[in-house]
Write a protein that binds this ligand. Structure first.
Ligand code: HEC
Length: 385
């Protein structure tokens, strides 16, 4: 054996270049999907508005989101075909499958972490943490793919399932997205970057010390010469020949699925209507009279106006709101917003708050009775107390 310089410790291959590229592609698409998806789930937050602005508006954000989703679908197809190749052709052991031993290892690690045991579990090719993360990613991709399909193709979906599943898919998509982002930020960041900075996914290798610490059972197998696949070249060749047409067929079917996913319908409406005042999206033919509460509140800001505006408009016109208009205090309500004051005491007819409500179509709409009450209050000089 030739002597190597002592400074270069022996390393073991952990991930092939193809696996590392796959990880990088997933990292990029996942991050892109998160950065363009979460602002759509939390549209009123300052960070979301900043990000959407930065990326050039909501329509661009959606286009980026959809593109990243398509790349991730390709990634998933590649992964499935690769798995098939590893399992059926190379006869690689399915070391990523969860086993009862993982439950025991998890329990042992917990005991160790809280100081009730002195021994840390001895694990093999993949630790229970790595398996959990892998299967969470698989599960998440399935949920996101299915719910994403339903939102992307609502008409097709409603042909097979009740229409209620579409808003349900939207809720599931956003919830799973949040879960996935938190899992990456907490579980993955901690396990791979903080607990110990693990560079194996970038360098492809681990040192003997690292292997001994994290994958001692795999290291033992390698040393014993039973880890690698010892394949008979002739039967390997035969399995390869058999796999190629099957993989090609599967790839064709799955790619056709992606094509259908992306192009089967053109139903998504623009998120921002060209001009809200021009296009009444929904006008009830015969307005159904709603049960109305008699307004017998005192005609003052403190007594009647503050609670009413808080309840009906506070979501978008609260403290620190991005609309530039806040009804949280008397002073703010009467202060000038971006387009001047919304309330002109004594002059309801020229108060934008009233004219805007009369025109209709504002995202927050008062009932006729509430509006009459506000007009009366403005007429009376908009008293505070
Ligand atoms: C879902 C969000 C939302 C709700 C709820 C809402 N608004 Fe607004 N409002 C906005 C936005 C966004 C703007 C800014 C529009 C602009 O300036 O282009 C705005 C602007 C205004 C303006 C200023 C218009 C101008 O041109 O100066 C008034 C007045 C107003 N809203 C009144 C109300 C009242 C009264 C309510 C409650 C009945 C209400 N809004 C509820 C989103 C909302």
């Amino acid at each position: 054996m030739s002597r190597k310089p002592a400074s270069k410790p022996k390393t073991y291959i952990r991930f092939s270049i193809a696996q590392r590229i796959e990880h990088l592609v997933m990292l990029l698409t996942f991050t892109t999907l998160g950065l363009t998806g979460l602002p759509q789930k939390f549209p009123l937050s300052g960070i979301s508005l900043f990000l959407v602005d930065l990326l050039g508006g909501i329509e661009t954000v959606r286009a980026i989101h959809h593109t990243a989703a398509i790349v991730m679908m390709f990634g998933a197809i590649y992964h499935l075909l690769m798995m098939g190749y590893m399992i059926f052709v190379r006869r690689v052991r399915m070391t990523m499958l969860p086993t009862l031993q993982d439950v025991k290892d998890g329990w042992q690690a917990l005991l160790y972490n809280i100081g009730l045991s002195k021994t840390y579990p001895q694990m093999g090719r993949y630790t229970f943490e790595e398996k959990m993360e892998y299967w969470a990613f698989v599960w998440g991709t399935v949920i996101m793919g299915l719910s994403g399909f339903m939102m992307w193709n609502p008409v097709t979906t409603a042909r097979f399932l009740p229409g209620e599943v579409i808003p349900a898919a939207k809720a599931a998509h956003g919830g799973e997205a949040l879960l996935a982002a938190l899992a990456i930020i907490i579980w993955h960041m901690y396990g791979v970057h903080i607990k110990r900075f693990n560079k194996a996914m970038w360098t492809g290798r681990q040192t003997e010390a690292e292997m001994l610490h994290e994958h001692p059972l795999e290291l033992a197998d390698i040393k014993a010469g039973v880890a690698g696949d010892r394949l008979d070249p002739k039967s390997l060749r035969m399995r390869q020949m058999a796999y190629i047409p099957i993989a090609a067929l599967l790839a064709g079917v799955m790619l056709f699925g992606v094509y259908g996913f992306v192009f089967s319908e053109e139903t998504a409406v623009d998120t921002v209507p060209p001009a809200a005042s021009e296009v009444p999206v929904y006008l009830p033919q015969t307005p159904t009279p709603l049960p109305q509460q008699a307004v017998d509140r005192p005609l003052t800001w403190d007594g009647g106006l503050a609670p009413l505006l808080e309840a009906k408009c506070g979501l978008c016109h609260g403290p620190g709101s991005t609309t530039g208009l806040s009804f949280d205090t008397y002073v703010n309500a009467l202060a000038a917003g971006g387009n001047g004051p919304a309330i002109i005491p004594g002059d309801p007819g020229n108060s934008p708050l009233v004219t805007l409500q009369v025109a209709g179509g504002h995202p927050g709409q008062l009932t006729a009775e509430e509006l009459a009450f506000i007009q009366e209050w403005i007429e009376a000089g908009a008293p505070e107390k």
